[in-house]
Design a protein around this ligand. Sequence first.
Ligand SMILES: [Zn+2]
Length: 216
Amino acid sequence: MQLVKKVKIYPTEAQKNTLWSLSNLCRLVYNFALAERKDAYADTGKGVSYKKQQNNLPALKKHYPHYTAVYSKVLQMALRTLDANYQSFFALRRNKYEKGLHTSLHNTGNVSRFVGFLAYKAERLGKTLIEIDERNTTKTCCACGKRHDMPLWKREMICDCGNSLDRDRNSAVNIMARFLSQNALWTSYQHFADNMRKTGLSIDRCSYEAPSERVV
Ligand SMILES: [Zn+2]
C-alpha cells in the first residue's frame, strides 16, 4: 500500500523564485523532449526512448549552462513523466483500436442474428433459407477450380486456364454454383452452366462436389 503524504512548504521569496525558475526549466525540458519524440516519429516512424533522452541531458547542460544549476534527478523526473504520458497515450490508442475491433466483431454477431431472424421468417412462410459458405469463393477460379491468392486490391481473377473475370463476379458465380450443387439442383445447375457458357464462361469443369445422383 502506498500512502500519500502532503507536505506544505513555506519558501522565502528567493526560494520561491528558484522554484519557479526550476519548474520553468523542467517544463522547457519536457517540451523539448516531446518535440524530439514527435520529430523522430514523423521522420522515422519510431519514438525516442527514455534512456536515450536521459543520455542527452549532459549535452543539453553543455549547450544551456543554466541547466547545470538543476539537479539531474529533477530533469530526469521531467523526462520520466513525459515517458509515462507517452505510454499511457499509446495504451489509450491501443484501447480505442481494440474497442473498434470489438465493435466490428459485434457487427458480425448482428449478421448471424439477422440470418437467424431471416430463417425464422422464411420458415413461417413455408420457405427454406439456405446459407452458402462463402469461404474461398473469391480465391477459387470459377471455371477450373484452381485457387489463387486474391488480396483485396486484385480486382480481377486471372487464371492460367484462360478465365479472367471481375473478382466479385467470379465469387458470385462460385456462390451460385455452390448453392446449386449443394442442394442437388442438378437441372438448375445445367441451366446455369449453359447460361454462363453463352456469356463466354465455361464452368463445366467446376470443381464443386457435383451431386451424386441427378435429380430431374
Ligand atoms: Zn481457372
